[in-house]
Design a protein around this ligand. Structure first.
Ligand code: SF4
Length: 719
């Protein structure tokens, strides 16, 4: 038996795993006792990884050779890698020549490794000359990025997981940590056991499993987080619980914010949020008066049409009380995906450039162009996720390259996304699995390697970079077998250089024989930046996972940021941001009287490509259900397990009901994971759809462009 150290491919906790293998077969997995994210623990998903990678399963689920579909309705046919990439090159080159670089788009994934991400970003922005590259991380953390940049000056989570052990108050808001980040939640449970004085405050629209640990639970109305945070600041000012010394020494903009929060009185906040004034005061006291307050937050804040405002309003509280830059005190955004952070670091989004550089900054564009050896990078902001599929549906984007993600299930407003995939002239899907809903729309399917087969790096929520290592070779015949994502992108890029007539006599822009060579170029691009990792090579990462920044010469990374009170803004001060409460994009009304929220289950991951292959992971929740409050069910004469039509302005699904007092009145909850095998639906115009995203809205935050998965107005009618 061979043992290989690697990283779990699911959530942003980033647990270390030890893969056991015999020959080409993965035979076991266990937690890495030396990995600082998990110290040997794994959750139900991580501990069953080997079963999802065993041969009986992979033979049914994996895409094992390139396939071309000659007509949209036809069965795809096997082709060689050379034919597949020649076809892709010809089609992309034709469309770029005929319609310009912005007629193509790349939609990639927070589950790609940093090296994969880097090559795709350079391919789009450096070679083709379009910023039309975005990622499913847009759906996950772009509001956190915008929030950090607006307030603290850089997209850098200041805390680390160990801060859980130093906090005296943990404020968990918009996060069902128990399900979405299980091993971090175990650490919080341990901290609470060791330190009974530790107070846990949870604010959420549902009474989730996370609430079991709470000393105080604020069950707020959907979308009212900014109201809550501004109301807390109002009370802090009234009670004298702010930290004037910290505010004066390290921040700007507090006087303007004071004027804004004057109107957020306890009466107004209690009424809008649906909580008591006493609970509001107690939550404020626990936050402000604690020696160290750590906020943990996730999609409840981010997946909102006010996502950036929610993030900044929460960070305002930390700045107003000086709860930042010391052990146990920080605003700490949790990333949903295993490498959403890595994508941010390479600038693999439509509005970012490498190493946290800004697209809108001419000096930053010039720096990236020089690093890549190209005359320039385009200045026009690219299409973000929702915009990209809307542009394809409108015929503006004509070719889409989709890697390691399943937008035909995971994007909001499925009807528009499926129209986009049908209308695009050429769709490439680069995937490890043949079973995704998006694969059916592909003109060309390119098989990619996956967990257990790949080499590279990922960054978890606490800025810790871990190595991902191959334990086995991918299945399939050697000449058609799956290839690494970075290698597919590199091969395609080298062909496209020639097809677009780039002079390659001095060499290719993509000279990558290995993942490590990509990593080293990425490392160099960070020199002098806030996330400088020039001191972090594969050999050091092989020895232990490390946190950024870690410049050349440093012996280790930085555990927590801003301990010196200096922030990466032009004047070194953090900025208070005026965030006004706006409410949800689609309020419930007489025709659509329920607020639908979506979220994760404990034992499933995203669209279930991997977790859906194991019967044991259905033991926790067997089938899709709509959870409703028993009083709402009684009022509508709905019984447990009755089938109901759930309908929004965009589509309708048919699903059984489950009584759930954890859900608020006039609200409903559905898990995000179930695809068309489990949950059929139809669009408002009769198109066949699937899953809860038949209902969700693509309304998005104006700053982060992150869509509002957490609220859609729906009606519920007995079938
Ligand atoms: Fe994997 Fe997240 Fe579970 Fe850790 S907590 S084992 S990273 S899914």
């Amino acid at each position: 038996m061979t043992e290989t150290r690697s990283t779990c491919p699911y959530c942003g906790v980033g647990c270390g795993v030890i893969i056991e293998s015999q020959g080409a077969q993965i035979t076991g997995v266990r937690g890495d006792p030396d990995h600082p994210a998990n110290f040997g623990r794994l959750c139900s998903k991580g501990s069953t990884l080997h079963l999802t990678a065993s041969e009986p399963v992979t033979l049914q689920t994996r895409l094992l050779q390139p396939l071309q579909r000659l007509q949209r309705s036809a069965t795809p046919q096997p082709v060689s890698w050379d034919s597949a990439l020649t076809l892709a090159t010809d089609q992309f080159a034709r469309i770029v020549r005929d319609h310009g670089p912005d007629a193509v788009g790349f939609y990639v994934s927070g589950q790609l490794l940093t090296e994969d991400y880097y090559v795709f970003n350079k391919l789009a922005k450096g070679l083709i000359g379009t910023n039309n590259i975005d990622t499913n991380s847009r759906l996950c953390m772009s509001s956190a990025v915008a929030g950090y940049k607006k307030t603290l000056g850089a997209d850098a989570p200041p805390a680390c997981y160990d801060d859980v052990n130093h906090a005296q108050t943990i404020f968990i808001v918009g996060s069902n940590t128990a399900f979405a980040h299980p091993i971090l939640f175990r650490r919080i449970e341990d901290a609470k056991r060791k330190n009974p004085a530790l107070k846990i405050v949870v604010a959420d629209v549902r009474r989730t499993d996370t609430v079991e640990l709470a000393d105080l639970f604020l069950q707020i109305q959907p979308g009212t987080d900014v109201m809550l945070f501004n109301g807390m600041l109002h009370l802090m000012l009234w009670e004298g619980w702010t930290n004037p010394t910290f505010i004066a020494a390290h921040t700007t903009g507090f006087d303007d914010l004071k004027a804004t929060v004057r109107d957020y009185t306890p009466d107004a906040v209690a009424q809008t949020c649906g909580i008591s004034k006493a609970d509001l005061l107690e939550a404020t006291r626990l936050f402000a008066q604690s020696p160290a307050t750590l906020s943990l937050y996730c999609q409840g804040l981010n997946q909102s049409s006010s996502g950036t405002a929610k993030n900044t309003a929460l960070i305002n509280l930390h700045l107003a009380t000086g709860q930042i830059g010391k052990p146990g005190a920080a605003p700490f955004s949790l990333t949903g995906q295993p490498n959403a952070m890595g994508g941010r670091e390479v600038g693999g989004l439509a509005n970012l450039l490498s190493a946290h550089r800004d697209l809108a900054n001419p000096a930053h564009r010039a720096e990236v162009a020089a690093l890549w050896g190209v005359p320039s990078v385009p200045d026009k902001t690219g299409k973000t996720a929702v915009e990209m599929f809307q542009a394809a549906a409108d015929g503006e984007i004509k070719a889409l390259w989709i890697a390691c993600t399943n937008p035909a299930q995971s994007m909001p407003d499925q009807a528009t996304v499926r129209r986009a995939l049908e209308r695009a002239e050429f769709v490439v899907v680069q995937e490890a699995f043949s079973t995704t809903a998006t694969a059916r729309y592909a003109d060309l399917l390119l098989p990619a390697t996956t967990w257990g087969e790949k080499e590279g790096t990922v960054t978890n929520s606490e800025r810790r970079i871990s190595r991902v290592r191959a334990a086995v070779v991918p299945p399939g015949a050697p000449d058609t077998a799956p290839r690494h994502d970075w290698a597919i992108a590199t091969d395609f890029a080298q062909r496209l250089e020639r097809a677009l007539g780039r002079d390659t006599t001095t060499g290719t822009l993509f000279p990558y024989p290995t993942a490590e060579s990509v990593w080293n170029e990425h490392r160099e691009s960070t020199r002098g930046r806030d996330l400088d990792i020039t001191g972090m090579d594969y050999a050091q990462l092989d020895a232990k996972p490390l946190q950024w920044p870690m410049p050349e010469g440093a012996s280790t990374g930085k555990v927590r940021l801003y301990e010196d009170g200096v922030f990466p803004t032009p004047d070194g001060r953090a900025r208070f941001v005026n965030a006004e409460y706006r409410g949800v994009a689609e309020p419930r009304e007489a025709r659509y009287p329920f607020s639908l929220t979506t979220g994760r289950l404990r034992d499933q991951w995203h669209g279930m490509s991997r977790t859906g292959t194991l019967g044991r992971l259905f033991g926790h929740v067997r089938e899709p259900v709509l959870q409703m409050h028993p009083q709402d069910m009684a009022r509508r004469l709905i019984q447990e397990n009755d089938l109901v039509h759930v309908t929004s302005r965009r589509g309708s699904i048919l699903v059984p009901v489950q009584a759930s007092p954890e859900v608020g009145l006039s609200q409903a909850f559905m898990a995000m994971h179930w695809g068309e095998e489990y949950l059929s639906g139809v669009s408002a115009t009769g198109t066949r759809l699937a899953g809860v995203n038949a209902l969700t809205t693509s309304a998005y935050c104006p700053d982060s462009k992150q869509p509002e998965f957490k609220h859609a107005a729906v009606k519920v009618l007995k079938a």
